[in-house]
Design a protein around this ligand. Structure first.
Ligand code: ADP
Length: 622
């Protein structure tokens, strides 16, 4: 310990010569003995990894080897204060372990000297030559210090790799030996031993710090791994929960779909079943695993599949499809079904399959058939008396059998008009019934579109003139293979409607053209956007169907009626039948005729601007 006012010595090793007696301590005599002693102490130090333990071993060993009265390690704290943190002291002397000393006891200038490697050996603290500071004299007296030996414990500031600059040292503390019973001349070996052990402390400090840092890194890494581990655990739990939820929702879906008396399925883009509800087993008598992954062709067989195929292709082309079909069940019974295919368009806008819903409409169909038959029978029974009634009225209206009063004549004309309507209705019902029931077969023959169009226009010319409508016929000599009478009936029906729903002075066009492409499925109010060039290009290609169109500039049809007007007794305005003399059956008959020819019929219209009725017929294959 140095005094505050003591002049610091620049000597590296200062063995002060005083009038003290030479010591009688048992020093190791030879260098060999000294080396062995140092190795022994170093070995003991390395027994422990704990700094506290190392410091304790050092002070105890020094105290024993030097037979000093007190050996201590004084740690200098960052604020300049300090305290002994390890001590070996003979029982008869006061222990100073743990006492705190103010900064004045070890001022900064002394710290700097020791940091440069200064050691201090004072043989007799009372000797004025020793230059022990005044403030320290009090201390040495209090703790009975007669001689002292002080070496610095240095601490490297940049011991850790990578080292970019030479190591810098700072004072960490002091290793101090006290002789308390009498002054003592310290031997060079003792100084050397103290220095070497102070170095050992420095190494232990650096290692301790490295160890601490390693522990921090390990702790950080462990914490990181624990965080990753716990997030993985959470992910596993989440996945398990998702799987459970999925299983539950799948079970629920199965429960619901199995409870429904309809066929529900999902079909992939290879036409193979990927999901089927229980009804498939009930209807087809095949277990679900025998259907799963199997193609529709295999499941339904060659009897039924060809009727489904075009609709499947439509669905896989991205169209919603609705159609009716007849299917045979495993018990041999036949069912009428209504089928819906809804395309499944995935996230990449790709059609990856379709959902199929098939419902049994056998009962509805049976009732419809009964109703049709009933209407047909009634109409048939009505026709004969109606015809004679109609003929009789016609004769009466001429006045040949007597002239009625003006009112009487008016009533007679109303009766004649309505009987005529009734005759038309009965004829239409019977017509439709015959076509639908298959009682009539289309007797197809070769003819040209021109022939049919001229015939239809000629038939309607009188009506057109009566309504002041100009019929514009644009025929083309295209070969057809059709039942000419029925196609003329369809054309006259459409022309008659066009005339009825146009205002006087309007035009009605009748056109025909070959088409290379099948028409896109009809959409409400859709306008043809095809350019002339595209049409010409189509004509260049092999036409696969013929398109007829009847276009008017009449009142038009609202969007929500574009589909329904093709159904029986459906009219845009229920008063149309009275005002225009219609029956609401004309378009239904047209549709049946066209469908019997393998074609399609639809309408595009703009309210107030007019309508275009279009139908296609397959090309004449000869
Ligand atoms: P109707 O005998 O009543 O004409 P249709 O089946 O031929 O029966 O037509 C059904 C309904 O469709 C008509 O009542 C009318 O409301 C509508 N309709 C048909 N053609 C046209 C048209 N060219 N313009 C406007 N509405 C039409």
């Amino acid at each position: 310990m140095t005094g505050k006012h003591a002049k610091p010595s620049k000597r590296k090793s200062t063995a002060i010569s005083t009038k003290v007696k030479q010591p009688t301590f048992p020093f190791p005599k030879s260098d060999q003995q000294r080396v062995e002693l140092f190795a022994e102490i170093t070995f003991k130090i390395r027994q422990s990894l704990q700094l506290k333990e190392i410091l304790r071993t050092i002070v105890t060993e020094i105290q024993q080897v030097l037979q000093a009265d007190r050996v201590l390690i004084y740690q200098v704290l960052p604020d300049g204060t300090g305290k002994p943190i390890s001590e070996a002291v003979l029982p008869e002397y006061t222990a100073i372990l743990g006492m705190e000393f103010p900064e004045e006891v070890f001022p900064t200038e002394y710290q700097q000297l020791y940091a440069k490697g200064r050691v201090r050996a004072v043989a007799d603290v009372q000797d004025p030559q020793a230059e022990v500071a005044g403030c320290l004299l009090e201390f040495v007296e209090q703790f009975e210090v007669k001689a002292k030996l002080i070496v610095p414990i240095l601490h490297s500031l940049n011991v850790h790799p990578p080292q970019t600059s030479p190591p810098q040292t700072a004072i960490w503390g002091l290793l101090i030996a006290h002789q308390c019973d009498q002054p003592r001349k310290w031997a060079d070996f003792e100084l050397e031993l103290m220095q070497q052990l102070a170095d050992q402390i420095s190494i232990a400090l650096a290692q301790g710090e490295l160890w601490g840092q390693l522990e921090t890194v390990v702790a950080e890494r462990t914490a990181e791994l624990q965080a990753v581990n716990s997030s993985l655990q959470q992910e596993i739990i989440d996945r398990q929960q998702i799987e459970i939820a999925l299983r539950q929702s799948e079970e629920q879906l199965r429960l619901i779909t199995n409870a429904l008396p309809v066929l529900i399925a999902y079909v992939d883009d290879q036409e193979c079943y990927q999901f089927n509800n229980q009804a498939y087993t009930d209807w087809l008598g095949k277990s679900l695993p025998k259907i799963h992954g199997v193609s529709m062709r295999e499941v339904w067989g060659e009897d039924c599949y060809p009727r489904m195929q075009p609709h499947i292709h439509q669905a896989l082309a991205g169209n919603v499809v609705t159609y009716e079909n007849e299917i045979q069940l495993h018990d041999g019974t036949t069912r009428s079904v209504s089928v819906n295919y809804i395309p499944h368009i995935d996230g990449d806008e790709r059609i990856s399959g379709f959902f199929a819903l098939t419902s049994d409409i056998s009962d509805r169909k049976a009732i419809e058939r009964m109703k049709d038959e009933f209407i047909s029978v009634v109409s048939h029974e009505l026709r004969t008396p109606l015809t004679s009634l109609h003929s009789a009225l016609k004769i009466l209206v001429t006045g040949r059998l007597g002239v009625l009063t003006k009112d009487g004549q008016q009533f007679l004309e109303i009766a004649d008009e309505n009987t005529e309507r009734l005759v038309r209705l009965v004829n239409s019902v019977l017509d439709l019934q015959r076509i639908v029931s298959g009682a009539v077969t289309m007797e197809k023959q070769a003819c040209t579109a021109t022939e049919l169009m001229i015939q239809a226009v000629d038939t309607m010319q009188a009506m057109a003139q009566q309504h002041e409508i100009t019929l514009v016929n644009q025929p083309l000599d295209i070969q057809l293979w059709v039942d000419a009478d029925y196609i003329v009936q369809a054309l006259t029906n459409l022309i008659s409607n066009a005339i009825k729903f146009s205002s006087p002075g309007g035009n009605v066009w009748l056109t025909v053209e070959p088409r290379a492409q099948p028409p896109a499925p009809p959409s409400k109010g859709r306008k043809s956007t095809k350019s002339k060039a595209a049409k010409v290009a189509e004509l260049g290609a092999v036409p696969i169907e013929i398109l007829f169109q009847v276009r008017d500039e009449g009142q038009g049809i609202p969007d929500n009626k574009l589909e329904t007007i093709f159904e029986r007794f459906q009219q845009v305005d229920s008063s149309d039948s009275r005002k225009k003399g219609g029956t609401g059956l004309g378009l239904t008959i047209c549709r049946k005729i066209i469908e019997q020819h393998g074609g399609k019929i639809w309408v595009d219209s703009t309210l107030g601007a007019g309508s275009t009725f279009s139908f296609t017929l397959p090309r004449h294959e000869k």
